[in-house]
Design a protein around this ligand. Sequence first.
Ligand code: GRF
Length: 221
Amino acid sequence: MSDTSVKVAVLASGRGSNLAALLDARERGELPVDFVLVGSDKAAAGALRLAEAANIPTLALDPRSYPDRRAFDLELFARISASGAHWLVLAGFMRILDGEALAPWLGRIINIHPSLLPKYPGLHTHRRALAAGDAEHGASVHFITAELDGGPVIAQARLPIIAGDTEQSLAERLLPLEHRLLPAVLAELASGRLQWHEQAPRFDGQPLLIPLQLSEHGLQP
Ligand code: GRF
């Protein structure tokens, strides 16, 4: 019998609350995928402990053991390929990926980023949204390309910035939205409604020109 399950690897550097959201969505029957590997560049990452508890194979690679970024990333992608994963989800993976190493994976890697891209690629997104006096903030899930946080945006979740907001309050209000956004996007990849076609995202067979938006009913065009 052929194995038709949708195999997904996840990379995370931190506590892993987005990974937990993926595992919970799968547990609820909303995400029909198999998580075949959780990897990290930090052996102490909470995400690895979550994966162990869920009986998912784990991988911890220390970048300091490799001569350069490309060598580390080539080993990382070799190990991900060996896991049988078809999709790769970056859930708080705090490293830039080498363009050559990720080339065979173009269109198969998604990342969650805590800003309304193209605003605020990189770090300190909440602080930068506040400093700019923005009226709203949010999170984006995008396809990974060689450009940092620059690949095509698939979907976004938005929240208003309110008087008195701080970096911490914004991060706290945004996180539950991230936890709905990432599983929802992965579910659309698994279902085949969302595809990578000729270097760009397509949804329901049409070019996705405007990111999907997370509403209380899920992702909406
Ligand atoms: C999230 O805010 C994610 O958007 C950012 O890093 C954080 C990861 O949190 N890139 P967690 O490890 O998933 O709890």
